[in-house]
Design a protein around this ligand. Sequence first.
Ligand code: PMP
Length: 285
Amino acid sequence: YDDRDGKIWMDGKLVEWRDANVHILTHALHYASSVFEGERCYDGKIFKSREHSERLITSGKLIDFDIPYTLDEIEAAKQATLDANGLTNAYVRAVAWRGAGEDMGVASAKNPVHLAVACWEWGNYYGDAKTKGAKLDIAKWKRPSPETAPSQAKAAGLYMIATMSKHAAEAKGCSDAMMYDYRGYIAEATGANIFFVKDGEVHTPTPDAFLNGLTRQTVIGMLRDKGITVNERHIMPEELDSFEQCWLTGTAAEVTPVGQIGDKTFEVGKLVTDLAAEYEALVRA
Ligand code: PMP
């Protein structure tokens, strides 16, 4: 991804893609003092753009820094990046981090906070699983307690176990891994939230140890508008066997059906297929 044409917005300037670099003593690189957003622009408009920018600012505060740009400046930076790359349908990545500076220890209050925005075309996050249904492994790593890590921050540090879990899953021929939380409840996938269907009702884990995704919230609203009951609750692994359909939600994943978790298979049924089409219509409305 590094050596190509294009523009990246960095600290207020549009720079050449291949020149968008940081110093090796960047605090974030050593201590994960970084937060980011994943967004999608559909037909020229970023879906829930302000909500994503607000979450970026909040994530920064949760890991103890203030992003030195206002909400409106972040919004303008994202649009400028899309415009500079001539993209109207794209994935947008905003990232804020502690840079190099006076401190090279764990504390870094004096080091400047930076912001960058990149965008690129990104099709189905799970490839043909988008229609066929994704196969998920069960991760050995657990989502930490909110007293161990700031689980509502979209912070780089929380993705270390996600990357390891997804690598292990891919090595077994799976698209992703489902993670349990520190108590053993079903939590989410490595970069997407999870939903189940049983007897016409939807069940999804309570987001008390993982990111309450914007797509998750959108999809819950869509289901309730259709008159479908959505139960947000703690879900035990033993319950997997009783579920008929399953899907993942996320900005990158959109609504992706799940066909298998471990040995348990699910049908790619009407509820999830309709929901995926309705989500696609909503984001382009
Ligand atoms: N959980 C994790 C760990 C994620 O990385 C993401 C993607 N941002 C989500 C859930 C879904 O969040 P959203 O719907 O806001 O993209």
